[in-house]
Design a protein around this ligand. Sequence first.
Ligand SMILES: [Zn+2]
Length: 289
Amino acid sequence: MTDDATAVRAFWEQLDLPGLFDAHVHFLPPNVQRAVWAVFDSAGPKIGREWPIRYRGTHEERVEQLRSFGVRRFPTLPYAHKPGVAAYLNGWARGFADDVPESLWSATFYPEPEAVEYVAELVDDGVEIFKVHVQVGEFDLDDPVLDPVWGLLAESSTPVVIHAGSGPVGNAFTGPDPLRRVLARHPRLVAIIAHMGAPECAEFLALAETHERVYLDTTMVFTDFFYPYPPNLLPRLVDLQRRVLLGSDFPTIPYPYAHQLEGLARLDLGDDWLRAVCWGNGARLFGVP
Ligand SMILES: [Zn+2]
């Protein structure tokens, strides 16, 4: 077993968990994955800094790495950066979910007229989670064309991971206001706010506190690589214990997987909090026994 795997397993074994539920993992079609990694490698304008990716294997190798870590459930979170590509990404993700039993069947959408049809079809067929990325896709979450899509997701209780925070580099579409407007219209939406909404952590935490189906994922937060989390918010994360989900951003991370877990442990919010975040909450939300 690799050192990375030994460190990860020690973390959850010590908490007496059956493994980890990681709510924020990416698998993309190989050609798209290469293009995304090239953007990170060049520290392009949406990245803004050096970002040496640690886990660069083939997708088969990366599935094996997650298994060796004891990550028992994970999504694949495709995201569309422009119109017309969601269907292709969704087709690939569907095949991946068929092949890899631990993965949550994932999909994406983009503000385009056909979105409501392909989302409705996926929901009918049993898709488990969606992802949208406002920082990369540069669109308004409250674009009117998406209104029926949010309605469908809320009605079917299908979770959607939303990268709406302005990290790592903000644009005109990021920040809490568009999501706040979506939630005002669709208060039953099961929204998982990626990266806890960093750097607008306080505003997104307040959205979770006022909407009982809004979750925060920990992706990259509390690591040495990321924005420092405001310490005055930590007591409120304890109160929100049932709606914080472990996320890692594997494989596109510049440090060993275990560093995310160390970041959570050193908050000192208690073993029950860690158990809820790293397993219980994800298992409950996605119906894992
Ligand atoms: Zn991500």
